[in-house]
Design a protein around this ligand. Sequence first.
Ligand code: AMP
Length: 191
Amino acid sequence: MLNIVLFGPPGAGKGTQSERLIQKYGLVHLSTGDIFRANIKGETELGKLAKSYMDQGALVPDEVTINMLRSEVLKHPEANGFIFDGFPRTNAQAVALDAFLSELNTTISIMLALEVEEAELRTRLLLRGQNSGRPDDVNPEIIQKRIDVYNNETKPVKDFYQGQNKFVSINGIGEIDEISTRLYQAIDALK
Ligand code: AMP
């Protein structure tokens, strides 16, 4: 199985690049942000809970997020592999993901970290907010909060994968095609 953690701050291009990777490698795309937004749209209990955190730019609690992710993985027993997009975002989530995948006799193959500087992220997110319909992309204070949460809580997850020799840094600046090529090269080097 090819299991990829696509990592990076908000606005790094994880969603855009995931779309390409799932097509090229035949993977199941699990974006925790997308799953939460689908629950908000469906007005589920999970959606109501997630919204209260997402609207503030804060992380949804680990236990809730981990349980949700686990049940999504179990919905795809025939998968060739997964792209985890926006997960793990804390060390506790990374530890839980490892434990869970080992129960399924598989493991993370690689963490691909899209690197984009902060000023560029702010510009991209504000631009996205004009047509994404995402409330958390509109308010500059919430955008900054999400970037701060990334720096404080999520960035350390890199070390977790670095410790397993699975971390690969990818320049996230440039044309979308160019960035995809960088990702393909990193994945194909695994074979
Ligand atoms: P995203 O679509 O990845 O930018 O996520 C949007 C929001 O969903 C985040 O700001 C968090 O509030 C929440 N979220 C998404 N993934 C996670 C996660 N792995 N852990 C906690 N909260 C998450």
